[in-house]
Design a protein around this ligand. Structure first.
Ligand code: SF4
Length: 276
């Protein structure tokens, strides 16, 4: 998430109030899509995959919170949390672009994925150090505070992020793809606690017919990796603050919901200012 001071929306440069790793990654992938989504705030119907991912995330959060509080963490309670989130998200963040018969299939698939996590070797054991931990810290090399919400922090300070995906990704590529997020979480944790995480973990929930759950664990970042990520995030902050938003055609265009808006993007700055 990113908040711009109000002049940014009218095209006048200003620093964002803070930067999250997801905003930085989104900006670096395509700055124009970032602009449509997070600056102009053009709303699009929620995709079924995003809706399901959010409901699964809420169920896992309920399970981890119950572990943290020492309350009922039974599969029935977690399944009920999934059902509630599935409905509530439709009401609050919908509409969802369901195809005929897709909604019930998706709901049942979500229940299977949540059950697979609870049965898997990757399920949280014991009490976590934190669940949905919001952190905002000043990081040397960044002009604005870094912010993030960590899904789970284990007792040895390992940040764990959960991803719902349609197909099993390659482990090395997964860690590389999420390097900004993982290292940003390490930076936040180290400043907030003074502790170095044991590792940086992703837990994948794969929506195959028989759901799969697997962990990708990376070593904690050294100085070089941290510097690289700080530089990448700073590049995004500079671009946002200078109002640099332009098409970056590539693989991401396949799933981009802003293709029509993108086609209308005027290359000439004066025309962009007039349209703002
Ligand atoms: S269609 Fe491609 S280039 Fe255009 S905004 Fe979307 S991701 Fe960016």
């Amino acid at each position: 998430m990113i908040a711009f001071a109000s002049p940014q929306k009218s095209g006048i440069s200003s620093l964002p109030d803070y930067i999250s790793p997801s905003a930085a990654k989104s900006y670096l992938a395509c700055s124009l899509r970032f602009y449509f989504e997070r600056v102009a705030e053009i709303r699009k119907p929620t995709t079924p995959a995003l809706h399901l991912g959010k409901a699964v995330h809420s169920a896992l959060q309920a399970f981890h919170l119950a572990r943290w509080r020492g309350t009922d963490d039974s599969p029935e309670v977690v399944a009920a949390a999934f059902g509630d989130a599935f409905l509530k998200l439709e009401q609050e963040e919908g509409p969802v672009r369901w195809k005929e018969g897709e909604r019930e299939k998706s709901r049942l698939a979500g229940l299977c994925i949540v059950a697979a996590y609870l049965d898997s070797p990757e399920v949280l054991r014991g009490k976590p150090r934190g669940v949905e931990v919001p952190l905002t810290e000043t990081i040397p090399g960044l002009a604005v505070p870094l912010t993030g919400v960590l899904d789970l922090v284990t007792d040895n300070f390992t940040p764990v992020d959960f991803k719902s995906v349609a197909a099993k990704p390659d482990s090395q590529h997964a860690a590389f793809d999420h390097e900004i997020q993982l290292v940003a979480y390490q930076l936040l944790l180290e400043v907030a606690t003074g502790e170095k995480p044991a590792s940086l973990d992703l837990v994948y929930l794969v929506k195959t017919k028989v759901p799969q759950v697997f962990r990708v664990s990376s070593p904690a970042a050294d100085r070089k990796r941290k510097d690289r990520v700080v530089r990448l995030i700073d590049t995004a902050v500079s671009g946002m603050s200078e109002g640099r938003f332009h098409p970056q055609p590539g693989m991401t265009c396949m799933s981009c919901q802003y293709r029509n808006e993108c086609k209308r993007w005027p290359g000439v700055m004066s025309e962009r200012r007039a349209a703002a």
